[in-house]
Design a binder for this molecule. Structure first.
Ligand SMILES: Cc1cc2nc3c(=O)[nH]c(=O)nc-3n(C[C@H](O)[C@H](O)[C@H](O)COP(=O)(O)OP(=O)(O)OC[C@H]3O[C@@H](n4cnc5c(N)ncnc54)[C@H](O)[C@@H]3O)c2cc1C
Length: 344
């Protein structure tokens, strides 16, 4: 089978790369078989403007969110399913100092017009809770991956396997992998890029995130997102509560550290008894400067890597993969996410 692009890995990066390339009229074959602890399998797909405890506005937020609307709404139309929604994020305030910090940062970064004092206390949260609501968004990542895979399978453009690297070879100006002959190959392998013979030099560092899901019975009606020590929101049929942010770990799966961390925060937050449904862990592909990477191999033209989505794949993905498509079709000349920045 001939194709313009072979995409290796069908997490969020591979899926959005596939849609961006098809959008420019190219043909794609996607190779996807989920490895345990892939980040996209358990991410809640939350996008919001307030970064960290200092209430700084997230990097490039306005551009990223504009591209999210365009990309996700177009994919929703193409796939015929809702995937992207707006929701309120409730930011709880625990002291006058914290409130002053939030309000002054909101003015400084011009998001004060997005903040509204919470008029009514959230019934599922402890009594003392007060704070502000701000616009946020949620992408159904697992829905996006599932419906996209089904469409590529129906078009026979999907290989349910892990790439065996020795089977990829140069054939004239193209690349052959078994019976697929591709003009270019794009690796979207998340943390597994570290084992890729052509891209293991990229500074991709695994960061472990653990999540608890809770039985929705007993909750009133959480149709908002809570940010208070952790993020809590509705996700599929359950309540999603997470996540840890771990650099040092020996084991990629769920463990007692994650359980205790999340449990303590839930005990401080929730007013009702609750029942844990599951405990999961995933590996975020992060980069030292927390910016994404678009890398073309220095000596082997036609081999690319898309990586470094870190904690923010849902907001970065549309912007970065559109930039990749523009580079590949010649509309953009300068790669703004080149890993050459690490040599400077
Ligand atoms: C607990 C947690 C919560 C998160 N919450 C959010 C959130 O709310 N909002 C947000 O924006 N982001 C969130 N993230 C981050 C987000 O999940 C990531 O930014 C994003 O999913 C990374 O996507 P990826 O495709 O690069 O990597 P991955 O999701 O890891 O996907 C890589 C894929 O490549 C496949 N693969 C690897 N090697 C090969 C090979 N050789 N052959 C074939 N396939 C291969 C793997 O099986 C996998 O399916 C969260 C992450 C975690 C861990």
């Amino acid at each position: 089978m001939k194709t313009d692009f072979l995409i290796v890995g069908q997490g969020l990066a591979g899926t959005l790369t596939g849609h961006a390339l098809e959008r420019m009229g190219a043909s794609v074959v996607i190779m996807g078989l989920e490895k345990p602890h892939a980040a996209s399998s358990l991410a809640a797909g939350i996008i919001h403007p307030v970064s960290g405890r200092k209430f700084v506005k997230a990097w490039l937020y306005d551009q990223l969110i504009a591209q999210c609307h365009e990309t996700y709404e177009e994919i929703e139309r193409n796939l015929g399913v809702p995937l992207f929604r707006k929701l309120d994020m409730h930011l709880y305030i625990s002291s006058v100092k914290e409130e002053n910090d939030l309000l002054s940062q909101a003015r400084r970064y011009s998001y004060d017009d997005l903040l509204r004092p919470l008029a009514v206390k959230d019934r599922d949260m402890q009594n003392s809770r007060r704070g502000y609501a701000i616009n946020a968004f949620q992408l159904d990542i697992q829905g996006l991956l599932g419906y996209s895979a089904n469409r590529w399978k129906a078009k026979q453009r999907y290989l349910p396997e892990h790439m065996e690297y020795p089977a990829l070879s140069r054939e004239g100006d193209s690349w052959r992998y078994k019976d697929v002959v591709a003009g270019q190959v794009i690796f979207c392998e998340g943390v597994w890029c570290r084992g890729n013979p052509w891209f293991s030099h990229l500074p991709v560092i695994p960061n472990k995130g653990q999540v608890l899901t809770l039985d929705p019975a007993g909750f009133q009606n959480i149709d908002y997102l809570v940010k208070s020590g952790l993020l809590l929101t509705r996700w599929k049929e359950v309540i999603w509560a997470g996540a840890t942010y771990e650099w040092d770990f020996d084991y990629p799966g769920p463990d007692s550290y994650g359980w205790n961390y999340l449990y303590r925060r839930l005990e401080n937050l929730l007013s009702q008894p609750y029942r844990v449904r599951s405990h999961m862990a995933g590996l975020r592909p992060t980069v030292p400067d927390r910016k994404p990477i678009l890398a073309e191999h220095a000596e082997l033209p036609g081999l690319w890597a898309v990586n470094g989505f870190g904690t923010k794949g849902s907001s970065l993905g549309p912007y970065v993969t559109r930039h990749l498509a523009d580079l590949l079709n010649g509309r953009e000349k300068i790669n703004r996410f080149s890993p050459s920045r690490f040599k400077e």
